[in-house]
Design a protein around this ligand. Sequence first.
Ligand SMILES: NC(=O)c1ccc[n+]([C@@H]2O[C@H](COP(=O)([O-])OP(=O)(O)OC[C@H]3O[C@@H](n4cnc5c(N)ncnc54)[C@H](O)[C@@H]3O)[C@@H](O)[C@H]2O)c1
Ligand SMILES: [Zn+2]
Length: 377
Amino acid sequence: MSITNFAFPTPIRFGAGARKLVAAHLLEVGCKRPLIVTDRALGALPVLAEFQTHLGGLDVAVFAGVFGNPTCSQVMDGAAAYKAHGADCVIGFGGGAALDVAKVVGIVTTHPGDILEYVWDHPQVRPIVQELPYFVALPTTSGTGSEVGRSSVVSENDTHLKRVVFSPKILAKVVFADPELTFGLPAAVTAATGMDALTHNIESYLSPAYHPLCDGIALEGTRIAAAALLTAVQQPTNLQARSDMMMASMMGAIAFQKDLGAVHSCAHALGAVCDLHHGLANALMIDTVLAWNLAAVPAKFDELAHVCQVAGGGAAFVPWLKALKASVGITGGLAAHGVTPAHLPRLVAIATADICHQTNPRSCTAADFEALFKAAM
Ligand SMILES: NC(=O)c1ccc[n+]([C@@H]2O[C@H](COP(=O)([O-])OP(=O)(O)OC[C@H]3O[C@@H](n4cnc5c(N)ncnc54)[C@H](O)[C@@H]3O)[C@@H](O)[C@H]2O)c1
Ligand SMILES: [Zn+2]
């Protein structure tokens, strides 16, 4: 007997102004002293100050110590801020980086050890046994969909290797998805994060895992992102385009319960070795990897071309994707973004060890990764 589990558990309040509902919600569930976990840059931007004007009735503290690809020590600093404030809940406010830290601060405030002892593949992984602090999430980018995910990506302090804490217990209790929070995103960040959302939808659709519910979400997420990304980049305050990208981002993250593929294995390596932004790394690899995948699942590429209204069937999908990338300003290969041949051995080793490519439609050896990285240079 083969039984599959399906779950879409996160309550989502979606729409312009959703951020204004947070205070009433927290008071209703008995929380009064939130710690806002956000990143350094956002901490200084008006978007955070404006959000705080809607938190009347709460005693709020801000931890703005997240930056880059977040590390273990940032999580530990966030936990110290939580304790110093005597906080009773966490508000995650930011992109994937801030939300990933916000999701796990509660683990180390209620459990022993450091956060890397809770990563899923730690040989003596510690269990999460205590109830975690109440946690709500507000995304300010449309890319990772971390707000609806059960994982948190935290890098080791010294090696910068990305490790994953995976547990349904770190899911946000409620997501307040307010597309107005993304109006101030610079064009380059909109483009890179949007390509991440598109990659999640495409790779999860291509994954061979059995999950027809997620396949439906992934295809619709692909359709929405493909139609909205360029407008979101060109017209930052276009509410429809920003709403569509935020929705596609959440759909991608919900869909990738059925796992991702080799584009993400390459992106994880590029993040660790060259500190490239996650979305940009995906964008730099996606056309090369998908062109290589095409022969394995041609009918799925036909379907992707169909939902993106690309004429010419599956073979025309990758050229269309390349043109989309260029139109949103992502140009040049890996070399143009600071990757050199000297990086190759580590990139190949990390990508090969990464788990994502196990659900790539075509199995991927170290030699394949080397060829893919070289082709994407
Ligand atoms: N948990 C998951 O499932 C998951 C999935 C994919 C990636 N990730 C992780 O997410 C991180 C990447 O997240 P991201 O792509 O959202 O980027 P990010 O969180 O690093 O943010 C990118 C930049 O945009 C800025 N920014 C964010 N919102 C803004 C706004 N509204 N206005 C102006 N500037 C704003 C930030 O300050 C930052 O400089 C990586 O650490 C990656 O490992 C997690
Ligand atoms: Zn991603």
